[in-house]
Design a protein around this ligand. Structure first.
Ligand code: SF4
Length: 319
């Protein structure tokens, strides 16, 4: 990979004072730590449609025509401006090659889930909406990983999301000059262990999907895009420690015949301690990487599993 992955982020999370009240909502792990390994691109849909800062609050309102986004105080409807802006901005972000999007939770423009929706003439809201901008972005580009910053406060969620971003970035880099059946199969084979450690059924089903699509004569670029959309769907659910531990055992199986009995026992114990939750993922991964170096086994199909995100992010020692 040549460049850092580009991550679009709700501007207020990057410390920009663009919220309705003139405040920011900086998400410091992203701006102070993870951002060193990513290129961060700010996006504020409400400023984007010409609303100033500070500004009246807007909200999602369900009408007989569907979901609208309105300033209830001044009775102004921003639905068409926001819809048009979302389509143009989403296309632009995809064209510059973003590898993910971090959205501000609870916002009627940016929130991904459980956003308040009001009914006309009813002051009570239900928490079952999605921000209008984020809804349009995710409908147009379902293969690009997205998350709200609230989930990123959990290190397991953060590691899993950033692993999805790096997996996607790798796909973007390989596909820059266009896809062929061979390139896509190589990409899948390199990521088999990574995929199976996140969602066990994904490895086989994605492999079968590629084969079927090519048998039906689909264009390689079309197959690659559908492949990534399906892969990100599998990856949208957080993995479990047991699956990661199983992946570790598969890596160990590549060199266990070259370990002496003490080394073998130590590695099995360390993996089991991680599986039981008594030590972090970092410990067995360090040992696995150590043996992979010793036995010259640094092929990408293994390192995609043992180093799915840069180690310097500090996440492996917290999960
Ligand atoms: S939540 Fe979205 S629309 Fe609201 S201030 Fe932040 S970036 Fe702008």
């Amino acid at each position: 990979m040549t460049d850092k992955p580009i991550l679009a982020v709700s501007s207020c999370l990057l410390g920009q004072r663009v919220r309705y009240n003139g405040d920011a909502a900086e998400f410091r792990p992203l701006t102070r730590k993870w951002g060193k390994f990513l290129k961060l691109v700010p996006v504020c849909p409400e400023v984007g449609i010409g609303m100033g800062t500070p500004r009246p609050t807007i909200r999602l309102v369900k009408t007989s025509d569907g979901i609208t986004i309105k300033d209830p105080k001044n009775d102004i409807d921003y639905t068409s401006e926001m819809s048009e802006f979302a389509q143009i901005k989403s296309d632009y972000l995809a064209s510059i090659g973003i590898s993910g999007f971090v959205f501000k939770k609870d916002s009627p423009s940016c929130g991904l889930e459980r956003v308040k929706v009001y009914r006309e003439n009813n002051p009570q809201a239900t928490r079952d909406g999605r921000g209008l901008f984020s809804m349009i972005f995710t409908s147009l580009y379902p293969h690009i990983p997205v998350i709200e910053e609230g989930r990123l406060t959990d290190p397991k969620q953060a590691e899993h999301f950033l692993a999805r971003v790096h997996f996607f970035h790798q796909w973007q880099e390989i596909g820059k000059e266009g896809w062929s059946a061979e390139k896509l199969m190589d990409f899948h084979n390199e990521n088999k262990l990574f995929l199976v450690s996140r969602e066990p059924s994904s490895e086989t089903e994605l492999g079968q999907f590629i084969t079927t699509q090519f048998e039906q004569g689909e264009h390689p670029d079309t197959v690659a895009l559908s492949y990534m959309t399906k892969a990100q769907e599998y990856l949208s659910v957080l993995t479990k420690d047991e699956r990661i531990a199983h992946g570790m055992e598969r890596v160990m199986g590549k060199f266990s015949d070259r370990l002496n009995s003490d080394e073998k026992q130590e590695l099995v114990e360390v993996i089991n301690h991680f599986r039981e939750g008594s030590i972090p993922r970092y410990a067995p991964m360090v040992l696995l990487n150590h043996y992979m170096n010793r036995f010259n086994l640094n092929d990408r199909s293994l390192t995609r599993f043992t180093k799915p995100v840069p180690i310097e992010l500090g996440l492996m020692s917290r999960i």
